[in-house]
Design a binder for this molecule. Sequence first.
Ligand SMILES: [Fe+2]
Length: 369
Amino acid sequence: MATTTTTSVANAAEGVATLTLRPSPASASNNTNEEYAYAHLLPHFSADRYPPLTPFEHVDPASRALSHPNPRSFLDNATSVAEITPSLGTEVQGVNLATLDSDARDQLALEVARRGVMVFRDQQDFIDRGPDFYLQWGRHFGRLHIHPTSGHPRNYPEIHLVYRDLKSSFNFEVDDSITSTVWHSDVSYELQPPGLTTFFLLAQPQTGGDTLFTSQVQTLKKLSPQFVAFLRTLKAVHSGVEQAEFSRAGRRGGTVRREPVEHIHPVVRRHPVTGEEALYVNRQFTRRIVGLKREESENILRFLYDHIDKSADNQARVKWRPNTIVLWDNRITAHSAIVDFKESGEARHGARITPQAERPIPALDGLEL
Ligand SMILES: [Fe+2]
């Protein structure tokens, strides 16, 4: 039975906030006392200030697996490998991610690029290795992104945390909307947005709090060839300003450690390893299409967002169980949290490891950005 404990979250804007936590069954089972097993991974909002990110050359680890004679051999010992939907998502049991060597991690990156999302169950070993291991894991896949506004474990700014319970939310959540669904690709406003992303929950509600994913490859494929040809010629502005303003208003810990940026990305990007084309706009961060009249931009983006929203035939839903790790390729998928457990008062506490990847490559050769 889950117990209720009290712990603290450091909040730069408001001093130290006291939270009441009800650990998930998984974390409770790890506890013989009242202490929350992952209290050291609760969000901390430092008053640090960061300079702008600088460009870097990204070598995608998946590219190293392309010439591998058996690029799925990291799954050889799996007890179960099941596709969640035909074109998006694979669920794996019997593979301990924490023990994958460099070659196997490259294979994993390629498989995630091909399937969009991979769900690995029974990963307590990985989760309990702790934050230094998380960083070592993530750095295999790229330079680790440091989020400009989110909470992180004390002294580990590279680990992005989501956290909500009955009394607190340290997430970017719109509360005057009829839905908590906000499709997005993480921090797409950066010049080099993330690629292979690792996320897991440390505490979760008994039910609810699932995560929705959609394939932006399939989103694009559903459109007519003539319309796709037009979209390939377009580029759009992605902005981190609204997210920063949300924090500046005193929410989500109330701190902005790096000034928000806007960058222009192609509306259709090409995956650097698989060569697949994917739609690359999202309601959360994409603001306008460059060069079009305002009404043209607004209507095309609204049409694309509606298409993303309602195409359940492109989507997969991940139901969390304790000790689950989900990896997705942020370049070719979009996702949304589902906040349907508020009334339960239970905590949902997650950690994300977010390597940056290449500057988005236009699907149309020669498109100037
Ligand atoms: Fe996200």
